[in-house]
Ligand binder design. Sequence first.
Ligand SMILES: [Zn+2]
Ligand SMILES: [Zn+2]
Length: 117
Amino acid sequence: MSSDYTGSSAAYARQEAGYREKALKIYPWVCGRCSREFVYSNLRELTVHHVDHDHTNNPQDGSNWELLCLFCHDHEHEKYTDADNGQGSVIRAGEDDHQAATFNPFADLKAMMANKK
Ligand SMILES: [Zn+2]
Ligand SMILES: [Zn+2]
């Protein structure tokens, strides 16, 4: 069952492009967790989260979408992974909204920790 997610990433990328655009039209460009506001120049840091974590569930009224910034989106999935004993990694593999963003808030942190050792 989980192989369906990783095996069709191209199809998901197409589908994702559609629902991201729709979600950005329906909702204000504000993170649903930390209320950070977004504009065109940093819009790539605003991602579309699926409330039920099912990326195939994309109702046209947007009821399964939530706009989250990268920080809050990562946090949301960490919670889910903890609760579900590692199953969350399967979901993340098919989640192209993470890949769409080139900004990595943890890159510097990783470098800093490497320097300390
Ligand atoms: Zn946020
Ligand atoms: Zn998500």
